[in-house]
Structures are given as structure tokens and as C-alpha cells.
Design a protein around this ligand. Structure first.
Ligand code: SF4
Length: 305
């Protein structure tokens, strides 16, 4: 069957099963094209919660489906491939956090949304790449254990006087974009603006015109006059940028700016998942309750002036 034929079958099946298909901005283009909504992980988890659909098919990685399940415990959250994980989220265990807490007993724990439900459950507050600075600055106390991304931690440290105690985790996809590669692409396209995600290395962020979350990138390009934009994040983000600002020319910052886990979701797996309403992602009730508290704390702090 052609991928277009399969795409139509998926749409029909989604209608039959009253399912909502959500796709992360880093999903393969053919998945983004047939999804009901594309967005970042928090945006999608909130949509899953507010939508009346009983079945949510989450095209993304495991921690994202978990976040949707935490916010919508009464819904069926399906991840078409359970092996789609995130090395950043898996870089830390709760025991590692307990050791850090022993060393820094006064510190508050801020955990990036790219983390397991178990880690969220033992954190004070969750953050995203767009609100991390705001959350850290609004939180009481002057010592912050920031998990699990060392690059986002050092990005936040630039904008706060608080002491940031980072974990050593990183996203291999963003870490792969080295300073040499950043300098090379800038040399090749001297007129272009370079936008990067704060999960990039510290020295790469230094070379960028702006360091932005994926949501902030979407807003940034809308008002941009410059013709060429080098995109320093997962290459499939470019699909979303093309939709909001088609007048610009987007260049992937590197050839291999690809998250292999995001690419585990295919049209065929999505079709099978919808047909069988499986595999389902669930989160233990107690863990979900505590993780939700940390997520709610984030929503509260990001509203406060
Ligand atoms: Fe995890 Fe990086 Fe892939 Fe995002 S791009 S899911 S942080 S490995």
C-alpha cells in the first residue's frame, strides 16, 4: 500500500476509534502530516488533557506519552512503539537524585520535562526549555538541583544568580552538533541567522543568533525578514517552521541532526497501534499523583508575575 493510501486508512481508523493523533515536532514528516496536532511535549500533553477524545495516540517518545497519561489518567494513551525512548530522560535514576539531595539538602529540585515519570514524582517542580529560566528565578531558595540536561542547566545559569547544580545528562542528538560544525555552517552561510535549541552545547549556544525552544522558534521565524535560517535542532522541526513562515529558506544545521528514537514511529506502526489500541502507556497511580503535583507547580509558577 502507498504511504498516502495508508495515511487515509489511518485517518479513517482514527475517526472510527474516536482517537486523537498527536505528533511531536521531531516526528517524521509523514506522521506530522496526518496528525491532528503537532507541537512540543507539554503542549501536546495539555491538548490530550483538554480534548474530549478517549483515545490518544502519541507519536513521540516514552516520557511524552507518560506526561500525557499523568495529565489524563482516565484516557487510553497509546505509543505506537514502546521502545521509542529518550537517552536524556534515561540518563538519571531516582537514586542519583537522592545522592545529590544528600550533598545539597537546601536545594530545590527543578526537572526538565524530558524525564521519566518516576523522576518527576520526586522533583519540586518541572520546567520546559521555554520556561526554565522563569521557573528557576521564581522558585524560593538560592540553590537549584537542575535535572537531567547539563546543557539546559548551563543555559539557565547564564540568566540567574542562583547556584545551579546540574546533572551530567545530555541529548545525544543535540550534543552531536559541535562547535566546529556550528562554525562551519556559519562560514558557509554568512548571511543566515542561526537558531539553536538550549539542549545544544554551551559553546554552540554562544555562536547562535538565538537559543530558543521549539515553540519559541515558531514565533521567532514568523516575524523574520532574513531569508535564510539555519535550524539547530532536530531536522524535522523544519516542517513546522515551513508551515508558519513559508517565505523563509530553512537549512538543517547538520546532516545528522536526527533523533533515532523519534524516527521509530512509522505510518505502519501507527496504523497497527490504532487498529489494536495498543501498546498502552500507563503510570502508577501514586507516581502519577506526585508527578502531577510537580507539573501543576510549574503551571502555577509560570503564571506568577
Ligand atoms: Fe530525547 Fe534528544 Fe530525542 Fe528529544 S531529541 S527525544 S531529548 S534524544
Amino acid at each position: 500500500m502507498s504511504s498516502t493510501g495508508l495515511g487515509q486508512k489511518i485517518r479513517d481508523l482514527a475517526k472510527d476509534k474516536k482517537a486523537l493523533i498527536l505528533a511531536h515536532n521531531y516526528q517524521p514528516k509523514e506522521i506530522q502530516d496526518i496528525a491532528d496536532v503537532c507541537g512540543d511535549s507539554l503542549e501536546l500533553a495539555k491538548i490530550a488533557k483538554d480534548n474530549s477524545a478517549e483515545v490518544i495516540v502519541f507519536c513521540g517518545v516514552y516520557f511524552m506519552a507518560e506526561a500525557a497519561a499523568i495529565l489524563s489518567p482516565q484516557k487510553k494513551v497509546i505509543l505506537p512503539d514502546l521502545s521509542a525512548g529518550c537517552p536524556l530522560a534515561d540518563s538519571i535514576q531516582v537514586e542519583d537524585l537522592f545522592s545529590l539531595k544528600k550533598r545539597y539538602p537546601r536545594a530545590k529540585v527543578v526537572t526538565y520535562i524530558n524525564s521519566t515519570a518516576t523522576l518527576k514524582a520526586v522533583s519540586d517542580v518541572i520546567c520546559t526549555s521555554s520556561n526554565a529560566i522563569q521557573i528557576v528565578n521564581k522558585l524560593e531558595g538560592d540553590e537549584i538541583i537542575f535535572l537531567p540536561d547539563k546543557n539546559l542547566a548551563s543555559f539557565v545559569q547564564r540568566f540567574t544568580n542562583k547556584k545551579i547544580i546540574p546533572w551530567k545528562g545530555f541529548c545525544p542528538t543535540h550534543e552531536n552538533f559541535t562547535l566546529d560544525k556550528a562554525l562551519e555552517v556559519k562560514r558557509k552561510y554568512p548571511e543566515a541567522v542561526l537558531i539553536v535549541h538550549p539542549e545544544c552545547r554551551f559553546e554552540v549556544v554562544d555562536q547562535a543568533t538565538e537559543a530558543l525552544s521549539t515553540g519559541q522558534m515558531t514565533n521567532f521565524v514568523k516575524g523574520l525578514k532574513t531569508k535564510e535560517v539555519i535550524v539547530g535542532t532536530e531536522s524535522d522541526m523544519i516542517n513546522q517552521l515551513q508551515i508558519v513562515a513559508p517565505h523563509l529558506n530553512y537549512l538543517p544545521a547538520a546532516n545528522n541532526f536526527i533523533c533515532p528514537d523519534m524516527k521509530k514511529i512509522s505510518l505502519e506502526k501507527l496504523y497497527q497501534a490504532l487498529k489494536n489500541l495498543s501498546p498502552i502507556v500507563t503510570v502508577d497511580f501514586e507516581i502519577a499523583k506526585r508527578a502531577k503535583r510537580a507539573l501543576d507547580q510549574m503551571l502555577l509558577l509560570s503564571k506568577k508575575k
